[in-house]
Structures are given as C-alpha cells and as structure tokens.
Design a protein around this ligand. Structure first.
Ligand SMILES: C[S@@+](CC[C@H](N)C(=O)[O-])C[C@H]1O[C@@H](n2cnc3c(N)ncnc32)[C@H](O)[C@@H]1O
Length: 231
C-alpha cells in the first residue's frame, strides 16, 4: 500500500502550513476532558498539535500522506512554499481578521514556530506511531471505536473540490473509528460557505447527531464555526 500511496501523492501538491495546540483548542472548543481523550486527527500535516499534546502527556494519532516523506524533504518543502504563502496572505489580507494575530508578520512567526516544532518531533513521533502515513478515504487499520474524538482542521469540508463522495467516505471512516468527529472550518478555500456542507449535514443527520457550533476563534472571515457529528 505504501508504494501506491507514494506514487499518487506528490509533496509538491502540498503547501505545508501548520497550526498550534492553542489554535486547535480554540476552534474545536477542546475542554480539559477532551484533551485527555484518545484523539485521531486527520490531515494534521506540519501542525504542532501532536507534538504539544505529547509534551503535555496526551495522546493523538495524526494521519497525513505527507508523513511518507522524510524530515529533510518536509523541511525543504516548508521553506520552498513559505514566501509564496505569505505573499498570498498579504495580497488577501482583507479576508482575515487581524485581531488575535495582529498582522502577517506575526502570522508568519507563529506558523513557522509551529512547523519547526513539528519537524523537531517528527522522527520520534513516527517511531512512536503518533504520525501515520496514510491517505483518506482509504480505511485506517484500526478497529471500530478505537478513538473517542476525531478531528479535521483545515482539510475536510475546506477542500470542497475533492468532491462530496470523498468527504462522505472520509467522515464515514472517521465515524467508524471515533465516537465524535469535529471539523473546522465550514468554509471553502475562497472563504465562502463550503459547497459540500449542506449535503454532508443531510447525509449524517439521518444517522447521527449533527450540530454546527460557534466558537470565539475567527481568523478567516466568517470562519468561526465547527461541525460536530456524534454517534
Ligand atoms: C491545510 S493543511 C492543514 C494542516 C493542519 N491540520 C492545520 O490545521 O494546521 C491540509 C492537510 O491535509 C493533508 N491531506 C491532503 N490530502 C489528504 C488525504 N487524502 N488524507 C489525509 N490528509 C490529506 C495535506 O497533506 C495537508 O497536510
């Protein structure tokens, strides 16, 4: 399976950009109890969430196809795309709310610090099976209900172009493994309501408890809601 995944997933298609534990806590409304749960986090990329949780004695399994690449390859890709991303952020500054994060320079500092933290932890975390090289929606080799909480930050729903089937299959797989799934944000990459959101809600509403929850975190304009799906 490894070879098939590597041949289909190219690192140059990824623009690595990682968020912190503080940000995950804010936009997923994670309580002290939530942080103690066994967590599955899909599309974690170069976020420092896993590393920071681990340092606090908490357990997260992060899943992402970029974990099939080496630390040097990931570091190189982060450096390669950093300028490009920051140019885009500056050109589209009006699409963001510069409140908690004051300006693009501060954003760059926070993101680079998070990604350096991830890079520092990557080899150890991989050896400890905290970073799993895997591409959704392929089933993950864990038994049903192995996790209490499943998270997707800035991947599912946001990448609406992957199509509704991709999202339904990926969320279905997360719900096979987790009691509850939370997805943030509910926008697409143009910061508009995601095209797949209503159909996802309709689909899972028939079987599970589905709620949209508002949070205090708002960086992308109108990006202040997450979707909770509970069994
Ligand atoms: C914008 S990044 C979000 C990173 C992190 N969750 C955060 O919020 O800081 C999106 C991530 O989704 C990952 N991704 C893309 N396709 C995927 C797939 N099929 N299965 C799992 N992850 C995928 C990418 O590799 C990338 O790391």
């Amino acid at each position: 399976m490894d070879t098939i995944l590597k041949s289909t997933f190219e690192l140059k298609s990824v623009v690595p950009w990682g968020r912190t534990l503080n940000e995950y806590c804010a936009f997923f409304q994670l309580t002290e109890d939530d942080l103690k749960k066994n967590i599955l986090s899909i599309g974690d990329g170069p976020a420092s969430f896993n590393s920071e949780m681990h340092q606090n004695g908490n357990r997260v399994l992060s899943v992402d196809p970029i974990y099939g690449f080496s630390k040097a390859q990931l570091q190189h890709r982060i450096e390669e795309t950093r300028k490009e991303v920051m140019t885009q952020v500056r050109q589209n500054a009006e699409k963001f709310i510069w409140h908690t994060i004051k300006n693009p320079d501060e954003l760059e500092r926070i993101r680079i610090k998070a990604m350096q933290e991830f890079i520092k932890d990557f080899d150890t975390g991989k050896a400890e099976n905290r970073y799993l090289y895997h591409e959704m929606p392929i089933p993950i080799e864990y038994a049903d209900n192995s996790f209490e909480l499943g998270l997707s930050s800035h991947f599912l729903i946001l990448y609406s172009k992957l199509g509704l089937d991709f999202h339904i299959q990926s969320i279905t797989e997360m719900l096979r493994l987790c009691n509850e799934v939370r997805i943030f944000p509910l926008l697409n990459l143009n910061a508009e309501k995601s095209e797949v959101l209503d159909a996802i809600i309709d689909h899972f509403n028939k079987i599970y408890t589905v709620e949209i929850k508002e949070v205090d975190y708002e960086f992308q304009k109108n990006g202040n809601q997450f979707l909770s799906i509970k069994k």
